[in-house]
Design a protein around this ligand. Structure first.
Ligand SMILES: Cc1ncc(COP(=O)(O)O)c(C=O)c1O
Length: 400
């Protein structure tokens, strides 16, 4: 049996007619950039996330970049983030000229460790006489960027408390977590809405995927939302008057129109992903594999939240990751490694001077994590086949 990591065709087939009608409508108007479809998508995403403002942009990467540019981050600044994320999180900090300050992860969730964050701020930083918070090399700390990896929210209660204590805004990289909920201050909050701003990616393989690149920013403050709208058009307002340097971070109408058709289905897709995660757990338990591989955790499952995890990725851990992956490839099962290096291990960040093993949990996650097939339409038989292939590998003594 062939089981791909991700298969988008069934989802598209179910929505092909309304998607094509929307594309035709845009083509008929010849209005391609930042038009009524973008406005409508922004309103729909703001409503879905229960956020006062949403700003459509060209990708999840540009969402981060626009936020950092709009906040004026630059040389001499430093921004704290998880050492284990997609490159864009650290890359965008560096692109604006600031220094990425990596923080190790919680080994259980793979999300940024609040303990490590607090330790770094408490032990390595000091308050300068001008009131700013300074790092060990004198750089000014400007923000904390937690990343809700794999569709599970970070420990936002602790992170926001640390943010308040050290007077640092929180920018949530929610690229993988649109719709994920967290039990925040006695209620449920959606990923992206607990800090000053949150960023999303609609890359085609994301849980809400466009037919190309697209992204969104949500934020709490009206004036900041306005600044972001200017930032996505080169800091321009009115036309051809530029108050600050932004970029071309515009979202196009066709992507917005497609996303608007798909958004109302997102919660049912997330529920199907959670069901698939339950089936994996059942199968791994039935096959007695739960001592040999580490399954993803659901720390907020019994907290009264619907989308306590949205399983953007289903990621297991094993020290035999490479051999298991080879075995699954031979069985025609798609897998992926998100991510094979921690950010501090990337060659382009060598200039930061981190030693090997400096963030041990991120380094270990990079060597042990393996994403298994996960998408809403994944069939139970396919999951059983995946689980049995893993059992076959482990029962044969992990030699092949
Ligand atoms: C955590 C994280 N941040 C940022 C991005 C960047 O999003 P995009 O690919 O839309 O630029 C991604 C996309 O994979 C991501 O997973």
């Amino acid at each position: 049996m062939r089981v791909p990591l991700l298969d988008l065709r069934e989802q598209y087939a179910a929505l092909a007619a309304p998607i094509r009608a929307q594309i035709d409508e845009v083509l008929a108007t010849q209005n391609f950039i930042l038009g009524p479809k973008v406005d409508a998508l922004e309103e729909a995403v703001a409503g879905y996330c229960r956020s006062p403002h949403a700003i459509g942009v060209s990708s999840g990467t540009d969402a981060l970049l626009a936020v950092f540019m709009a906040l004026g981050f630059g040389p001499g600044d430093a921004v704290l983030t998880s050492d284990y994320s997609f490159f864009a999180t650290g890359g965008c900090i560096a692109r604006v000229g600031a220094t990425p300050v990596f923080v190790d992860i919680d080994p259980v969730t793979c999300n940024i460790s609040p303990t490590a964050l607090e330790r770094y701020l408490g032990e390595s930083c000091h308050r300068h006489e001008d009131g700013s918070l300074r790092g060990p090399n004198g750089e000014t700390l400007r923000a904390i960027v937690p990343v809700h990896l794999y569709g599970l929210c970070c420990e936002m209660e602790a992170i926001c408390r640390i943010g308040e204590q050290f007077r640092l805004p929180i920018i949530e990289d929610a690229a993988q977590a649109l719709g994920a909920e967290y039990p925040f201050r006695g209620a449920s909050a959606k990923a992206g809405t607990m800090g000053a701003a949150g960023t999303f990616s609609f890359y085609p393989s994301k849980n809400l995927g466009a037919a190309g690149d697209a992204g969104m920013i949500v934020c709490q403050d009206k004036a900041f939302a306005e600044r972001l709208r200017h930032c996505r058009q080169h800091g321009m307002e009115p036309r051809y008057y530029h108050h600050f340097i932004g970029g071309n971070f515009r979202l196009d109408e066709i992507q917005a129109a497609i996303l608007q058709v798909k958004l109302p289905h997102l919660d049912e897709w997330s529920a199907a992903r959670r069901r698939a995660a339950d089936i994996y757990r059942e199968e791994f338990t039935r096959l007695n594999l739960t001592d040999s591989i580490t399954l993803p955790v659901e720390p907020f499952r019994d907290r009264g939240l619907t989308n306590h995890h949205i399983y953007h990725q289903y990621v297991i851990r094993t020290p035999q990751r490479e051999a298991l992956r080879e075995h699954l490839t031979r069985r025609e099962i798609g897998t992926a490694i998100y991510y094979p290096l921690a950010l501090h291990e990337q060659e382009c960040f060598r200039y930061l001077g981190h030693g090997a093993g400096e963030f041990p949990e991120a380094g270990r996650a990079a060597r042990e994590t393996l994403a298994l097939p996960m998408y809403p339409e994944l069939a139970r038989e396919a999951q059983r086949y995946v689980a049995e292939a893993i059992a076959e590998f482990l029962n044969q003594g992990a030699t092949t």
